[in-house]
Design a protein around this ligand. Structure first.
Ligand code: NAG
Ligand code: NAG
Ligand code: NAG
Ligand code: NAG
Ligand code: NAG
Ligand code: NAG
Ligand code: NAG
Ligand code: NAG
Ligand code: NAG
Length: 521
């Protein structure tokens, strides 16, 4: 009896795949997307209560609408009304339970966000637009603690973070030259700082403050533009593009992948974590599709949608890893899609990409524009090529081969620091019993506990020193894994609170004195 069923099932499969082959189509298997949060109130190092009286860095009405519109756009893309990208009369997100495909279902959608209110709300906003059936709208959005979010936050990526500190002075000088070219008349900057209520901050001493003043003006201007208030700021409105060009210059220094740069090559492109996760998701989807769909063990997969809600500082590295280094000024709500498709006649898998962006002003009604996102791939023989049409695809392995081309060449990966960088943060020392000389070294050893100490030494969980292994401790029972866990757990909270207080993320308080870096995330 069982045998008969199996035979019938096999015949059934043969029947359907043959029929599909006749149509010669690519069927959609998995949709993945990553987006920046929608419009938010500004981030500012000064006068927060005046610049953002309702709170800084919070998603605002316009920002919410941007993500709703993105969700509606996605619904249209996958509900059967776009045969160019999804040629089926049954909506992709339809299930037996919810045939209309407009109902949120945790079994087919996975969402993950950074742990900030603006990204969490952006995630639920998109889901609401995509699944408007309110009866069943109880979205689940996963997150992890902010300082442990190495998947979605570039700021906690050790190599990036430390080189950013080490390069800060050199790059500030370089950016100052660029700024002076863009704003030869300093009175324009003064006028903008008065308009935006940060003139006291902007009149501070030094290149670093001056450059950071411009970056803050850009941040405020982008927020005012989204609120529809830019026109009341005459000078700022006039110089909005120039402000944007400075921000873009800042981004273009830190986020692209430079294959001629030894540090970049050693640590890999900065979007590897998230892009490798997306590749893993594809392989999981493929593995689960190969099994019977009724297997109750497959509760986690097949998902049909993997959704990541993050920051501009997340999507720029994503673009860099996909080979699109020019995308260094992502607007609010910017979204990137990665579809996995299966050729039903030969069973091969293919990847397709697109991008969509909501209008940035209230007058635009945040209507969404979809456009090509160039897809870079490498053939088995090593030939690179680029697909630049909205429906274009490339074979999954050609895509993976391109992604692989910027994998870290150092076994230390995102923990890679060149010897000079280790020396610069006083982290090349062995032994010592007092506190570590440099807090950046502490950061490095905490995050990179498995690679931070040279061979023949191990990380001490109490002092964070790299201590020489004695013959007795070699035979001891403390494995380095346990040491690493103890190190991270014991000092995480207090140390990182101190380190990151200088970075203003909107929900956190700004540093009183020290340097403040605008992370327009
Ligand atoms: C699917 O695969 C078959 C066999 O390799 C090929 O002839 C066909 O062009 C492919 N279809 C699409 C839409 O790529
Ligand atoms: C598909 O979604 C779009 C956009 O949300 C909507 O306008 C359209 O009516 C839907 N079409 C179908 C067939 O459900
Ligand atoms: C959609 O599928 C139908 C029937 O399967 C086919 O005739 C049509 O050409 C397809 N359209 C596109 C854009 O692939
Ligand atoms: C909306 O959800 C309710 C509750 O699950 C369900 O009964 C209804 O069919 C859904 N509506 C649509 C259009 O899917
Ligand atoms: C705060 O705003 C007031 C009023 O516009 C301004 O006079 C002052 O300089 C600002 N403070 C700073 C630190 O920018
Ligand atoms: C890439 O890195 C090399 C070596 O550090 C450097 O000379 C070059 O200017 C960089 N290129 C870009 C576009 O930043
Ligand atoms: C990409 O790299 C991974 C890990 O090294 C490897 O398993 C995989 O086969 C590579 N993919 C291609 C297409 O070369
Ligand atoms: C750590 O080293 C870096 C690089 O030399 C330096 O900029 C920083 O001020 C040092 N920090 C402390 C707390 O000594
Ligand atoms: C440390 O030891 C590992 C494994 O034994 C070896 O691969 C590596 O080259 C050594 N590193 C140094 C710097 O000696």
């Amino acid at each position: 009896m069982q045998l008969v069923i199996v035979v019938l099932a096999v015949l059934g499969l043969l029947c359907c795949s043959t029929a599909a082959a006749a149509a010669d189509t690519l069927e959609l298997v998995l949709v993945q997307l990553i987006h920046r949060h929608g419009a938010r109130s500004p981030l500012t190092p000064a006068n927060a209560s005046l610049v953002c009286p309702r709170g800084c860095g919070l998603l605002n009405y316009q920002g919410k609408d941007m993500l709703l519109k993105q969700g509606e756009y996605l619904r249209g893309r996958y509900n059967g009304s776009r045969p160019d990208v999804f040629n089926s009369t049954t909506p992709f997100f339809a299930s037996e339970l919810y045939p209309s495909g407009t109902t949120y279902d945790v079994r087919q959608v996975y969402s993950r966000s950074t742990d900030l209110t603006r990204t969490l709300q952006s995630a639920t906003g998109l889901l609401k637009g995509l699944f408007p059936n309110e009866t069943e709208y109880f979205p689940a959005v996963s997150t992890v603690q902010f300082l442990q979010d190495q998947l979605l936050l570039i700021d906690v990526s050790p190599s990036y973070h430390i080189y950013q500190q080490l390069d800060a002075n050199k790059f500030t000088a370089q950016l100052k030259v660029f700024v002076d070219g863009v704003f030869p008349d300093h009175s324009v900057v003064t006028a903008m700082s008065v308009e935006n209520l940060i003139d006291g901050y902007c009149s501070g001493e030094g290149s670093w403050v001056y450059v950071n003043c411009i970056l803050t003006l850009q941040d405020i201007a982008a927020a005012r533009n989204a609120e529809g208030r830019l026109s009341s700021l005459t000078v700022t409105q006039q110089y909005f593009q120039q402000l944007n060009s400075v921000r873009e210059q800042w981004n273009a220094y830190y986020f692209p992948f430079n294959a001629s740069n030894a540090v970049n090559v050693a640590r890999g492109s900065l979007g590897q974590n998230i892009v490798q996760r997306m590749l893993q998701n594809m392989f999981s989807a493929i593995a689960s599709a190969a099994k019977a769909p009724t297997n109750p063990d497959l509760a986690d997969f097949p998902y049909k949608l993997m959704h990541y809600s993050a920051h501009d500082t997340t999507v720029m590295p994503y673009c860099a890893t996909l080979g699109n280094d020019g995308y260094m000024l992502p607007p609010f709500g910017q979204l990137y899609l990665l579809d996995l498709l299966r050729n039903s006649s030969d069973g091969s898998y293919h990847v397709r990409a697109a991008q969509s962006v909501p209008g940035q002003t209230p007058e635009s009604m945040h209507s969404v524009t979809e456009s090509v996102f160039p897809l870079h791939c490498i053939r088995e023989d090593g030939t690179p090529y680029t697909v630049t049409s909205i429906t274009g695809t490339c074979p999954l392995y050609d895509f993976q081969r391109y992604i692989n081309s910027s994998l870290p060449q150092s076994p230390d990966g995102t923990c890679y620091l060149a010897p000079e960088a280790l020396a610069a943060i006083d982290c090349d020392v062995i032994g010592g019993d007092g506190p570590l000389p440099n807090t950046t070294c502490y950061f490095y050893r905490s995050y990179c506990s498995t690679v931070a100490c040279p061979n023949g030494t191990m990380l001490s969980p109490s002092t964070y020193a790299c201590v020489v292994l004695s013959t007795t401790s070699v035979g001891g029972s403390v494995s380095s894994g346990i040491v690493a866990a103890a190190v991270v757990a014991s000092a995480f909270a207090s140390f990182f609170a101190a380190l990151f207080v200088a970075k203003l993320w909107g929900r956190r308080k700004a540093a009183k004195g020290g340097k403040y870096t605008v992370v327009a995330s």
